[in-house]
Design a protein around this ligand. Structure first.
Ligand SMILES: NC(=O)c1ccc[n+]([C@@H]2O[C@H](COP(=O)([O-])OP(=O)(O)OC[C@H]3O[C@@H](n4cnc5c(N)ncnc54)[C@H](OP(=O)(O)O)[C@@H]3O)[C@@H](O)[C@H]2O)c1
Length: 308
């Protein structure tokens, strides 16, 4: 029997139109660049930093990508409507919608005021759903499309002062599941991505003088022994935008290189609490001599990393 020909991988975005929220900087800008490199026409959006959005667009155009820049506040329904009206009038359709923008007030839950919660949810829940409602009819004009929602590790683990954002992103992940169930038959795939630490400007700003030490610990203890750049994560997001990723629909893919799963071991490494001997409880053998791979970070110097 002649084996069936295997079709080529559907990993390019040639001729597709993609809109990325919050693409004036950070991960959103990297996603816009990556989607452009994969062949898509890109709509770059900003809330405040028009100049930075224009710079992203200029770089894309210089590489041969068709690119528009639009103002978009995901916390304002009128702003979302204005953008999708313009996309309908200009491009006439949309193939990919990446909901990347997020903003919150980082504070403990006991300090959260209703306006902080409302604004955070307005962007990541109400605005996200409204934008999907506007995007889907534009996707159906060309037979379907892709929605990618950027979530965050704060839905999976306690990150101090991330309670409001974590709750909003958890709701967003639930919307991803429900939307996939409702939209799958219309050939619209909805998928989420949950990155870990992204080594970019926003993290540097948030950590301030602690950034260097925190980044050092991340590099030292992460299973990949390096930090994840916005470009690294943009590549994962771009993959989810392609037809090859259709069967991820409804799921929020954790894209952290196992940094979250490894947390207990990473904490042990930081605390210098790695096992000092091989203990074979199967046989009751006496502990083998220690390999001397404890981790002591007290002096701030890079210690040797335990190998398993
Ligand atoms: N950084 C991390 O370590 C990390 C980890 C996991 C997940 N994430 C998620 O990844 C996404 C991007 O994070 P990032 O660190 O790259 O963000 P960022 O550097 O803070 O950039 C945020 C972007 O969103 C835009 N924006 C802010 N408020 C907006 C609003 N109301 N409506 C529309 N756009 C708005 C900003 O536009 P202007 O600059 O023009 O105002 C900017 O382009 C977020 O969803 C975040 O939760 C980040």
């Amino acid at each position: 029997m002649t084996p069936a020909a295997v079709p080529p991988p559907r990993t390019d975005l040639d001729g597709k139109v993609a809109l990325v929220t919050g693409s004036s900087r950070g991960l959103g800008a990297a996603i816009a660049r990556r989607l452009g490199a994969a062949g898509a026409d890109v709509i770059v959006t900003y809330r405040r930093r028009e100049d930075e959005a224009e710079a992203v667009a200029e770089a894309l155009r210089a590489g041969g990508t068709r690119c528009d820049v639009m103002h978009l506040d995901m916390g304002e329904i009128a702003s979302i409507d204005a953008v999708f009206d313009e996309v309908a009038a200009n491009a006439g359709h949309l193939d990919v919608f990446v909901a990347n923008a997020a903003a919150t007030s980082f504070r403990t839950l006991m300090d959260a005021e209703p306006r902080h919660v409302e604004r955070t949810f307005a962007i990541s829940v109400t605005g996200f759903l409204h934008a999907v409602q506007r995007a889907v009819p534009l996707m159906e004009r060309r037979g379907g499309g892709r929605v990618v929602a950027v979530s965050g590790a704060d839905t999976q683990m306690w990150i101090p002062a991330h309670g409001i954002l974590g709750a909003a992103k958890a709701a967003m992940e639930t919307l991803v599941r429900y939307l996939q169930c409702e939209l799958g038959e219309r050939n619209v795939t909805v998928v989420g991505v949950n990155p870990g630490w992204i080594d970019g400007d926003s993290l540097q700003m948030m950590l301030g003088p602690l950034y260097e030490r925190a980044a050092g610990l991340e590099r030292l203890t992460h299973p990949l022994r390096r930090t994840c750049s916005p470009d690294d994560m943009a590549e994962a997001v771009a993959l989810l935008c392609t037809d090859a990723a259709t069967w991820f629909g409804g799921n929020t893919v954790v894209a952290d290189g196992a940094g979250g799963f490894a947390f207990c071991g990473r904490y042990s490494m930081m605390a210098g609490a790695m096992p000092q001997a091989t203990v074979d409880a199967l046989t009751g053998d006496a502990p083998a001599p220690s390999s001397g791979t404890g981790t002591d970070l007290a002096d701030g110097e890079a210690p040797s990393v335990p190998r398993f």
